[in-house]
Write a protein that binds this ligand. Structure first.
Ligand SMILES: [Zn+2]
Length: 163
């Protein structure tokens, strides 16, 4: 799923476990000013972090890890009974300071919704609304992460509910 997106490949990824069907999206805030800053971090091997997608303030989307591969965005994590959320999720990093001072842009909401639509229609991933989650919700130990602070999940759900 790289058509229509700028692809800049991060070295920070590996194989998903054989049995892991992708059924979850984890949303993050980059805690950077710009998409370029986030891309630079994900291109640095020593950072050992990445995400499948970076969504810039203007809604531009950069794909950094192929969907079939495991990106390194969740860290130690759990969703429901399953640990290691990176195994079965798509990670989307949205450019935002994450300090509560900066609203997410309309274009970012639309871009995130468009990515999730494509995951469902083109990749046939079964991603129910309740499995579109924040990094905060899955990070262990609890309280380790706060991102994406201020992101309106209800607004995203409304966008996704439209035909
Ligand atoms: Zn995060």
């Amino acid at each position: 799923m790289e058509d229509g997106y700028v692809a800049i490949h991060s070295p920070n990824h590996n194989s998903r476990p054989f049995f892991s069907a992708v059924d979850c999206v984890v949303l993050h805030a980059t805690v950077t000013e710009t998409a370029d800053d986030a891309v630079r971090i994900f291109l640095n091997r020593r950072s050992k972090v990445s995400a499948h997608f970076v969504v810039a303030r203007d809604g531009r989307v950069i794909q950094m890890v192929p969907l079939g591969k495991r990106a390194w965005h969740g860290g130690t994590s759990r969703l429901g009974r399953r640990a290691n959320v990176n195994d079965f999720s798509v990670g989307i990093e949205i450019v935002n300071r994450n300090d509560g001072s900066q609203p997410y842009t309309d274009r970012q909401y639309k871009a995130v919704a468009a990515i999730i639509r494509r995951l469902r229609t083109e990749q046939h991933y079964r991603i129910p609304p309740e499995r579109i989650v924040s990094h905060r919700a899955i990070a262990l130990p609890e309280g380790r992460k706060s991102d994406p602070r201020g992101f309106d999940f209800f607004r995203l759900r409304r966008l996704l509910a439209r035909p």
